[in-house]
Design a binder for this molecule. Structure first.
Ligand SMILES: Nc1ncnc2c1ncn2[C@@H]1O[C@H](COP(=O)(O)OP(=O)(O)OP(=O)(O)O)[C@@H](O)[C@H]1O
Length: 366
């Protein structure tokens, strides 16, 4: 796929001026809307220069947490600390413009009656008019859009508007950039290229970045660290690989990939399943457990696996094939995503196997 405008921007944009990255700490943040609790004590830090993704399903509290960091919403308990200074706490509340944070919203929030350059210089109120224009011009160069300075937002594509919003947020050189679902309004074909460009600009600017997304793959692509939220609580934080490989519970496992899910019980420190046995270390003898196996971790072949299975359905999806299988001893069918050329046409009886480390065992919530 060729995306001339985006790819060209990588060559033509100017390297950014360096921002001094800040450390932003959420300390035991609680919050409620009209008496309904939305955040239940979130403690989390964005380290200088890192991209931290707040990830979670709709309604998990990501946007609220971001708005509290920005100063657009006040918490009912806890503190927001930027570089060791309380910007929101029991005694302090700094307005957004005093926090040294930049904001990029889902809808970009550009002013339609202002030119691109005017939009970008909007937040540069501390500078003289000449300096502000020069600084805004540099920010536009950074995102490769100098040639659009005199145009109005409606004349730009979604991706270009997103870059103007990014230039506007970066122009005052914030220590922390807060982005709320910044790619969700974009055409899905352009999203990848725009995301890659944006990440390059963010890394060059060296600001600390907190990005809200509900898309696990987007978080994996962008984040140095991910904080996974559910129903106003922090479920897990860590690098994308840590969250993918060592999910703390069934929810975390299922959020990053499609899983087969079934029950089991611990016997002599192990859980025996029709797909193989797995360690249940740390879980008490006889306890009921939830078992998860990723669809991509089920190997299906004509023979040579560890359990027999019968194919119930096959769907060709291009590179991969989606297969459902009946496995003796299992009440529900098992699903698998396998390489499309793995199984011969017309085969019914197959053999499946799963590596012991890919059988994920979780204690059932009491
Ligand atoms: N202005 C508001 N008034 C009342 N309740 C609200 C308001 N904004 C959000 N909520 C509620 O607070 C909870 C958290 O919402 P929030 O928007 O922070 O979640 P989110 O994870 O960002 O979700 P989404 O991805 O859908 O934006 C939800 O239950 C939501 O319905």
């Amino acid at each position: 796929m060729s995306i001339p405008a985006q790819s060209a921007s990588r060559e033509t944009r100017r390297r950014s001026n360096v921002t001094f990255a800040s450390r932003l700490v959420f300390e035991d943040i609680r919050h409620s809307y009209h008496g309904k609790e939305t955040l239940f004590g979130i403690s989390l830090a964005a380290e200088p220069g890192e991209v931290l993704c707040l990830l979670g399903p709709s309604g998990s509290g990501k946007t609220t947490l971001l708005r509290i960091a920005a100063g657009l919403e006040a918490q009912s308990h806890g503190r927001i600390v930027i570089d060791g200074r309380d910007v929101a706490g029991p005694k302090d509340f700094l307005p957004p413009e005093k926090r040294g944070v930049g904001l990029v919203f889902q809808d970009f929030a550009l002013f339609p009656h202002m030119t691109v350059l005017e939009n970008v210089r909007f937040g540069l109120t501390a500078l003289s008019s000449r300096e502000a224009v020069a600084e805004a011009g540099m920010a536009l160069e950074r995102v490769g859009l100098s040639h659009y300075a005199e145009k109005y937002p409606h004349a730009l594509s979604g991706g270009e508007q997103q870059r103007v919003a990014l230039a506007r947020a970066l122009a005052p050189r914030p220590g922390v950039l807060l982005m709320d679902e910044p790619f969700s309004g974009l055409d899905s074909r352009l999203k990848d290229a725009i995301r890659t460009d944006t990440l390059a600009i963010l890394k060059e600017s060296r600001a600390t970045v907190i990005v809200v997304t509900h898309d696990a793959e987007e978080a994996m692509r962008m984040a140095d660290r991910i904080a996974l939220l559910r129903d106003g609580r922090l479920v897990q934080q860590g690098t994308p690989e840590e969250l993918y490989r060592r999910p703390v519970n069934l929810f975390a496992a299922g959020f990053f990939s499609e899983i087969n899910e079934f029950g089991g019980a611990v016997k002599a420190g192990m859980v025996a399943t029709p797909l193989g046995s797995a360690s249940a270390s740390g879980i008490g003898e006889g306890r009921a457990v939830s078992v998860a196996v990723r669809l991509s971790d089920v190997d299906v072949g004509p023979a040579g696996g560890s359990a027999p299975a019968r194919i119930l359905s096959r769907r060709f999806l291009g590179v991969v094939e989606f297969v459902t299988l009946a496995v003796p001893g299992m009440e529900e069918p098992i699903c698998a995503r396998i390489r499309a050329d793995r199984l011969p046409a017309g085969v019914d009886d197959v053999s499946i196997s799963v590596a012991p480390e890919d059988i994920l065992v979780f204690e059932k919530a009491s």
